[in-house]
Design a protein around this ligand. Structure first.
Ligand code: RP5
Length: 168
């Protein structure tokens, strides 16, 4: 990190390198759906000036959505949302002591007027943040919209093709 596709449309940021094992699932989904992205460590507490610069310049740099993951006292998504009008998707990362409930409550309980779309704790939340970011970008991009539809159709077919729960 940071890694960058040409002309990234989704920014995937996280409070620490230690968040990567969860946040890489957001990146995997974006890659699968062909959405250009960038990744970067941006900490609300350790690099607050970088947070402000990242959020304030995001739209002008061509980003359309920001996915922000953090754990514990997880202020990153809310603070980013306070500095940009882009949609911000928050991913609560599991914490060692409180299993991510602290992260979830820190991210989800935004005061009215500054919105963060909060996903589930951990891998499912990161995966769905990538998917939701693709759906948002897909509003203005037919290719990405088709990729989302194909992903969902394939997922449905996989379930229908494997109805026996005792089989691997
Ligand atoms: C948060 O503190 C990060 O998002 C991470 O989940 C947590 C712990 O960070 P490290 O101490 O592992 O760097 O800011």
């Amino acid at each position: 990190m940071p890694s960058t596709s040409p002309s990234p449309r989704v920014g995937v940021i996280m409070g620490s390198k230690s968040d990567w094992p969860i946040m890489e699932h957001a990146v995997s989904m974006l890659e699968r759906l062909g959405v250009p992205y960038e990744t970067r460590v941006v900490s609300a507490h350790r690099t607050p000036d970088l947070l402000f610069e990242y959020a304030k310049t995001a739209a002008d740099r061509g980003l359309q959505v920001i996915v922000a993951g953090a754990g514990g006292a997880a202020h990153l998504p809310g603070m980013v949302a306070s500095q940009t009008a882009l949609p911000v998707l928050g991913v609560p990362v599991e914490s060692k002591s409180l299993k991510g409930l602290d992260s979830l409550l820190s991210i989800v309980q935004m005061p009215g007027g500054i919105a963060v779309g909060t996903l589930a704790i951990g891998k499912a939340g990161a995966t769905n943040a990538g998917l939701l970011a693709a759906q948002i970008v897909g509003l203005g991009d037919a290719g990405i919209r088709s990729a989302v539809e194909a992903f969902r159709a394939e997922q449905t077919q996989t379930v229908l093709d494997n109805p026996d729960p005792s089989q691997p």
